[in-house]
Design a protein around this ligand. Sequence first.
Ligand code: NBP
Length: 469
Amino acid sequence: MEHSIGVIGLGVMGSALARNAARNGAFTVVYNRTTSKVDEFMESCGKEGTIVGRKSYEEFVAELPTPRAIVIMVEAGSAVDAVMTDLLPLLQKRDILIDGGNSHYRDTQRREKECAEHGVRYLGMGVSGGEKGALEGPSMMLGGDAAAYKEIEPLLQKMAADDGVNGKCVAYLGTGGVGHFVKMAHNGIEYALMQIIAEGYDYLKILGKFTNVQLAETFEAWNGTEEMKGFLIEITGTIFRKKDDSGKSDLIDFIADRAKTKGTGRWTVEAALSYGVPAPTIAAGLQARILSGGELHARLQGKLPEHLDTSEPVAPPLKTRSYMRSACELSMILAYLQGFELLRVASIEEKWNLNLSEVARIWRGGCIIRSAMLAKFQEMFASRDPWTSAGWQVLKSRFEGERQFDWRHIVDLATSRGVPAPAITSALAYYDALRKERLPQNLTQAQRDFFGAHLYERMDKKGEFHTEW
Ligand code: NBP
């Protein structure tokens, strides 16, 4: 057969990726720690292509033609190390090991070195799209051994989603952990976009008095526009129409409001802080999830003073929908911008030479943050000077006139009526800080010099100065 691949880990993602590879003509060998899962997988999916299930690493490795290409699809962290400890001694020089989970990029850099000691070539591969994407066409972000990527590229091209512009959502992005770093930033942006949407929902429901049907119609309408179209907007519309098992009630009203996190959002915020990149809207998405499941909220909910009147809708529904559309759209543009800025700065520090336009392109299909906006970011970063590019002119023009007014109006009302909107509000504050000609950090510098003799720069003279305050 033209292609062959081994997949370790038959959880949600590993099973779907293995089926995707098999459906695309690859000889596929699968392994799972709990061996009954191998039987279950072979029973239900074994006929989707040429698939072999094996229950020990020795048998698994022996089935694969060399140089072997093996994808590890297990939980990030110690599980990946555990698999590698067992597997590496069985591999040969030039075999290719691909970690397709959400590993931390520093772990990927370390594992690449460990593999190199065995002559094994290593790739860190971020995969986005969830179970359906992994099966039908994910977005795949790779970093590591360039020659190894070239060898597996033909199969990955077949497996990946279409980008909508005659390409596939898979790319080699550079050396080391860059694939996992890009996936991490993708997830950070995902946190921000999801929080922006959640705040839109909360406002429309509480202050706009929208029903679930009106909410569904709102997100469906937004998804029909050139500016807002995107996967997360689309699924939100679908969610509001879903009934629970009784068939009578809307499922959304019964889902507990405590959100979980798995690590990549926190890593994005940590990376943003360590590379010195402000990412307030991504951080707002993370913090909102943490607060929702935290002890303090559980203790204080319904117990703090309030003087709010939310009994009447703040405006007619179509007006409210239109205001909120602007607030979500502009906040989302800035969430992407924060993610891309993190990638740009990290790429310089880590010497990845990352092509941001290519990142935007492979995010246009298959992945959770795919949206029409990414076409403009792709265009923007393809330009020698992104800030004079046609893509940026289009994005920038969205902040003009009424849309910006609408956005401020939403922040005003959400704040005065007590509906928390930390992501939308942080995006507006970020925008205003970027836009403002003069920031108040002259005062910060004066204070630093006052109490710590930290020196300050002046606008009218070169050099650093200290004052006896
Ligand atoms: P699951 O938790 O569904 O499955 C993990 C699988 O890894 C299980 O079948 C488990 O076997 C197996 N495994 C093996 Br083999 N060795 C293991 C070990 N030493 N310790 C723990 N498990 C071991 O994970 P998943 O949702 O498929 O996610 C896999 C990776 O893909 C993660 O890094 C995740 O963050 C990432 N990811 C997930 C999604 C998503 O939507 N779920 C999307 C994108 C990326 P067992 O049967 O013996 O427990």
